[in-house]
Design a binder for this molecule. Structure first.
Ligand SMILES: *Cc1c(COP(=O)(O)O)cnc(C)c1O
Length: 448
């Protein structure tokens, strides 16, 4: 200990830590338009983060979409303290424990029993890879090894490990590693911003689905699975689409014997207004990936849920037909316990219903921005609200981010897309603060 100011931690962090998703040089160039301040955080409480110098920041993006019920949540803290005194970890191969069993049962129940088994890992990208490997291996086990290719949507993001990059269509993450990656086929996104004159969001969904249909008619024999982010493509810049797309995609996948993988890592856990986003299309996937919010934003945890049909194809005398994937911390009891405490809060506080009025208030607060001359496509799905800024300034997102921090708000645009994705405990006064920070930061960043 001994060090207590922001300045000390900044210097030591820059000297020793390689920060994610960052050109490290940008941390060292105050005054440059690309300057990215590094913010040392001492502690968190509710929707607020506090630095070492007495400044605070309202967490408008849930610490990268993970935190659901605030920092230092008393109920999750209590559950974790109890778990810590009981069992911190045990390997999951050949062993089992109460938190992992209860969590698997409860998640299956939340899918109405459609996805009966849960497989565990620690991060979202690994969940993506597990789902892809399960699908591929399923088809091999049932004697269809030619079904070995994957489809993803334009602008999709499913993680950044080499396997997950295969189904990630975001140039900045993917291009440098293209030679390492066995890229999937990209089919058109149903993003409703792509509407042509007179088209509704449902029309755009139908147009994208008919492109999917054409592809499956020609190549369906070779396709193992289609992977989608249901309703909102997060890293693409909160691209939103009509639930009709998933309904049609489900039908097409059934017709062509292709698995539908729903990556609910960002949109699951109540984020879009239902516990799982795919519920709004009244469908079920064959495989579902969860991470981020499932542990309340506390601990690295990811889960792949699969149908019993898929699971059954791995049961055999042969070890090679089994799913041999594993990670050291698979099914970690602390992480599972955090997830159980998170699910308890959903039940005890009727969070899905409460979020409905909270989302309404966020929408009302942001509505005046629609009149801003540079705001485009103001949009919202549940607890995600976003808009795009029409500007040629390549440094807009940095300018905005710095200006928001100066107004005590953590709001980090994706390119020219500004979005709010706050923890569900955000209060009315905090919604008002975030809205004011957005208005002020827009003025400063756009120089008007
Ligand atoms: C964040 C995210 C991932 C990757 O999760 P990590 O834990 O960052 O590896 C995958 N899919 C979606 C939709 C995500 O938002």
């Amino acid at each position: 200990m001994g060090m207590s100011s922001n300045e000390d931690w900044l210097a030591r962090s820059q000297a020793a830590v390689w920060h994610p998703c960052t050109q490290m040089q940008h941390h060292a160039q105050p005054g440059s338009p690309a300057y990215l301040p590094l913010v040392p955080i001492a502690r968190g409480q509710g929707a607020w983060l506090f630095d070492f110098d007495g400044r605070r920041y309202l967490d408008g993006i849930s610490s990268w979409w993970t935190n659901l019920f605030g920092h230092a949540n008393p109920r999750i803290n209590a559950a974790l303290k109890e778990q810590l005194e009981t069992l911190e970890h045990v390997m999951l191969a050949g062993f089992t424990h109460q938190p992992v069993v209860e969590l698997s049962e409860r998640l299956s129940a939340l899918t109405g029993g459609a996805l009966g088994h849960a497989f565990y890992a620690s991060d979202g990208a690994s969940a993506t890879e597990i789902a892809l490997k399960m699908s591929f291996h399923y088809w091999r086990n049932v004697g269809r090894p030619e079904k070995s290719e994957f489809l993803c949507l334009a602008g999709s993001y499913h993680g950044e490990t080499v396997g997950a990059l295969a189904v990630t269509d975001v140039a900045i993450f993917k291009d440098a590693y293209a030679p390492l990656v066995r890229a999937a086929t990209v089919v058109p996104s149903p993003d409703f911003r792509l509407a042509e004159a007179g088209e509704t969001p449902a029309d755009v969904a139908r147009r994208a689905a008919s492109a999917l249909e054409k592809h499956l008619e020609r190549h369906g024999e070779r396709i193992a699975a289609l992977i989608v982010e249901p309703l909102v493509q997060g890293a693409a810049g909160m691209a939103m689409y009509d639930p009709e797309y998933l309904r049609l995609a489900r039908q097409l996948c059934d017709r062509h014997e292709v698995h539908l993988i729903c990556d609910e890592i960002a949109v699951g856990c109540g984020r879009t207004g239902t516990f799982f986003a795919h519920e709004q299309s009244e469908i079920r996937p064959d495989l579902m990936c969860l991470s981020k919010g499932i542990s309340g934003g506390y601990l690295p945890l990811s889960i792949v849920l699969c149908s019993d049909t898929l699971y059954a194809a791995f049961l055999d005398d042969s070890v090679a037909r089994a799913f041999l994937h594993s990670h050291s911390y698979t099914g970690n009891p602390l992480a599972c316990r955090a997830a159980l405490a998170t699910l308890d809060i959903f039940e005890e506080d009727d969070v899905i219903a409460a979020n409905r009025s909270k989302a309404q208030r966020i929408g009302d607060a942001l509505a005046p921005l629609a009149d801003h001359p540079q705001v485009r496509h103001l949009r919202q799905r549940g607890m995600i609200a976003a808009f795009d800024i029409a500007t040629d300034d390549p440094h807009f997102s940095r300018r905005f981010y710095r200006a928001a921090l100066a107004r005590e708000a953590l709001i980090r645009p994706i390119g020219n897309t500004v979005y709010l994705m706050p923890p569900y405990i955000v209060g009315d006064d905090e919604i008002a603060r975030l809205t004011q920070a957005i208005q002020g930061a827009l003025c400063e960043a756009l120089g008007r």
